[in-house]
Ligand binder design. Sequence first.
Ligand code: FES
Length: 101
Amino acid sequence: MAFQRVASVSDIPPGVTKVFEVGDRAVAVCNVSGDLYAIEDVCTHDGSSFEQGELDGCEIECPRHGARFDVRDGSATELPAVVPVDTFAVRVEGDDIEVDV
Ligand code: FES
């Protein structure tokens, strides 16, 4: 595990989610009112990406069947998903967003 740069801070403004390939993992980085969180970009219900999902406060809604996850801890907060998604540590170094995958 090591922090890797995925984007510049200006690339992910508040309310936006962007997806990156980091090593062999797909990672969705979410900006919640200036705080950055990273979750695995694989919905635990049936594998959808969250890239087109709506970020509503600290929750992201899967665009496929509407499951919701708290991006802070990965917990599933709305059916049909019941299993949490993996989360990753995020840090900002200068203008770089880095994720520990
Ligand atoms: S794949 Fe995400 S809710 Fe079904």
